[in-house]
Design a protein around this ligand. Structure first.
Ligand SMILES: [Zn+2]
Length: 501
């Protein structure tokens, strides 16, 4: 980074211009740049490291629970995609097409995958023969392309995005539902235990499900600007894909049965939610769980103290590293400590150690937390043990702030004016009784661009008991005697209205 970059620092305000602020943080913290083609970004090493941290966690949990990784081609023959279009009402993604190979026009156009159901399902059909082949679980880490013309927003709105897509087949409906909620659990765990972001867990209203799905479940994260981010979705596809692609098996009695399938995906939008949730007007703020460097050591010296301060700092760095802490000792000569503080604040290092002649003499270390600047002095002898407490404390500060924001921003409304007024004034989620009719959502959408981001999850009690998460934030509501807040007909669900990314 040059001096000029730092003089500018972050110039936009998170509170007053969140969109410009976000774009500035992403670029100045070195996460991403804009590509020459609209709708595409270049993910820089510091940004890609965040994706790798997400991958490491999810991939480990997937493998612990029976998932194998595989890889399918990025191109899908048009006839395959058409097959999905024929059977799945509403499946009409904006697709990029390959029409030429070298100098020759292709006999059949190839779609750049917008999602891979239509090329994976035919292979599942070949691989599944008997009940002994089930459950079949494959996942792929890849990118997909959806040619939607919107303004580029790194990690939130891009034509190509990184994600994982899991695809499974099961012998029973219950097995497929358990799979659907298990993956939703893992997405929730990623947000809450790794990214420091509490989520609401629910399902999409019927009119907003993944085309062909029985149920689309979702985790929703509230951003500080009051909008909801769909953080990951897990679809119970029932038998629609298995019927269309002939995924059948012979059961114990040699009877031919149709399988049940699921698919589930989480994209780099999680990086966007991470950046937006925790960062501030000084720059990026990261939880220690995913930060490429968790601790930076900044030495403070005059010529006559340089040697002892640097030696003391280097020893601490070596000790931390031996403890598995990701530490950086910033011993650059040409930069003063203030410059270094600003730079590492901008780049989101969670904990800073300051070491000067006083620390050396008193055998201490000054420890500063990135999110709130809290500063404490620790004994040198305790530092390798205490550093983990500091990293945990930083995580808790970030999680607690996000949880408090979520708690304060779920409000209730009982009529149309109240829905509009509450979202208009506060943002966040507004819970309202709803009849289930899409027209009632359209009325709200037309006026303030808020939609129903979820309704509570209709989990059966067995799935709920098996779940690691109780879903306590979204209890199953009782609609006895309640009327739809929009049209006044009998309510069937509790709708969570919010503006959405
Ligand atoms: Zn209604």
């Amino acid at each position: 980074m040059s001096d000029d970059d730092q003089e500018l620092g972050i110039t936009e305000s998170k509170e007053h211009s969140p969109g410009d602020w976000y774009a500035e943080v992403v670029q100045k913290a070195g996460l991403a740049d804009y590509a020459p083609m609209g709708g595409f970004i270049v993910t820089r090493p510091r940004g890609y490291a965040l994706w790798e941290a997400i991958q490491d966690n999810l991939d480990g949990w997937f493998k612990e629970t029976g998932v194998d990784n595989a890889y399918f081609p990025m191109f899908i023959p048009e006839s395959y995609l058409e097959r999905e279009k024929d059977i799945v009402e509403g499946f009409d993604p904006e697709v990029a097409w390959v029409t030429h190979g070298g100098h020759d026009e292709l006999e059949e156009r190839l779609a750049v995958r917008p999602t891979s159901e239509s090329i994976i399902a035919p292979y599942m059909s070949q691989w599944v023969r008997s009940h002994r082949d089930l459950p079949l679980r494959v996942n792929q880490w890849n990118s997909v392309v959806r040619w939607e013309a919107t303004e580029t927003k790194p990690f939130f709105r891009t034509k190509e995005f990184l994600w994982q897509e899991g695809h499974t087949a099961h012998a029973s409906d219950e097995g497929a539902w358990a799979e659907t909620t298990l993956r939703l659990d893992q997405y929730q765990r990623l947000y809450e235990d790794v990214l420091g972001i509490p989520v609401l867990r629910g399902q999409k209203p019927d009119h907003d499900k993944f085309p062909g799905a029985d149920t689309t479940t979702t985790v929703e994260a509230l951003m500080p600007d009051g909008k909801s981010v769909q953080g990951g979705t897990s679809h119970h596809l029932g038998q629609s894909f298995a019927d269309a692609f002939d995924i059948t098996f012979s059961d114990e009695d040699e009877a031919e049965k149709t399988a049940y399938t699921t698919s589930w995906g989480l994209s780099w939008r999680a990086i966007g939610a991470l950046v937006m949730s925790h960062s501030d007007d000084q720059g990026l703020v990261l939880p220690p769980t995913v930060a490429p460097k968790q601790v930076v050591i900044v030495p403070i010296w005059q010529e006559d103290t340089k040697e002892e301060v640097e030696q003391y700092s280097a020893e601490i760095a070596a000790e931390l590293e031996a403890q598995g802490v990701r530490v950086h000792f910033d011993d650059r000569d040409g930069r003063n400590p203030g410059f270094k503080y600003n730079e590492w604040e901008l780049k989101g290092v969670p904990v800073r150690f300051e070491v000067g002649p006083n620390e050396v003499e008193d055998e201490e270390v000054t420890v500063v937390h990135r999110p709130d600047g809290e500063s404490t002095v620790e004994d040198r002898a305790d530092i390798t043990a205490r550093v983990h407490d500091h990293l945990d404390e930083v995580y808790e500060k970030l999680y607690d702030a996000a949880a408090e924001r979520l708690d304060e921003n779920v409000r209730e409304a009982s009529d149309r004016a109240e829905i509009l007024g509450t979202i208009g004034q506060h943002g966040g989620y507004v819970k309202a009784p709803w009849c289930g009719d899409e027209d009632c959502e359209a009325e709200i959408k037309d006026q303030i661009a808020a939609e129903i981001v979820m309704v509570p999850l209709g989990e059966d009690s067995a799935a709920r008991a098996a779940s690691e998460f109780e879903g306590e934030r979204v209890p199953e509501p009782d609609h006895e005697g309640e009327d739809c807040a929009v049209c006044g007909e009998a309510a069937e669900e509790t709708a969570y209205f919010a503006k959405s990314y």
